[in-house]
Design a protein around this ligand. Sequence first.
Ligand code: GLN
Length: 282
Amino acid sequence: MTLESFVTLGKKKIEESGIECADPMLHMKQILGAAISLDSLHFYSRWQEPLSETEIKLASDFLERRLKGEPFQYLVGYEWFWHSRFEVGPGVLIPRKETEHLVEELLKCRGPAKIKVGELGAGSGNIGISALLERPDWEWHGFEINPQSIPYLGKNVGELLPLDTKYLIHEGNFFDLSKEWAPFDVIVSNPPYIAASQVEKLSREVKSEPKLALVGGEEGTEILKHLVAASFQFLNPQGLFLTEIGSDQELKIIEILKQAGFKSAEVLKDYAGLPRIAKGIK
Ligand code: GLN
């Protein structure tokens, strides 16, 4: 079977499968290219040539997994975030473009060179690693409760950060462990904030990601509420709290921040104009 016929057949299967895909032809080429490690130049020079047995096996395996709704990033094993390539796979949340706003806001932090930051839900390490690459004097405490995420977190920290960078990985529950490491100058998170009732409506791709990283309780804001209260307790005076939120949680989070005692509370919009980040100053 040639590359061309594999792609043509696969494209048809993608169209019939109902997976999330804007351009089935292009996507099929990406799947084949990733499966047999061919860049686009060599891909087209081999377009009419046959695939080897091994290549067919590799490509069919990738296609099969993708047709079942597994995200493309889990197949290739990485996703780009800020300026780095993060290793991901089943069991860890795939970093999202919109979360880069959190990094942008973090980097506006003025204050002592050695800021101490705590993060609920470090996942692949995307936020902390990106921030530390720009602010190597900061001390980062990444808390992660999902044991399946820990190997990715460890690998990304080890591979992307210079050896003397202070990224401390804490495996376990933020709410139990953070008091040992408090106080922090900054607490940041992209917490689980989807309502349990909305899970069924998510795409197959998102449903393949860990629920622990996505679902924030019955209403979606339960973990946010708990996080805000804990952050107020564990931040230094003037400390900064930053969190990603769902686009319909703007009013709710302002109320939560004010009730917890934050002296300033505001919500920032993303590039699509949607409420995306809540910011509180203690
Ligand atoms: N910090 C990671 C991210 O933003 C994981 C977040 C999470 O587990 N909810 O992608």
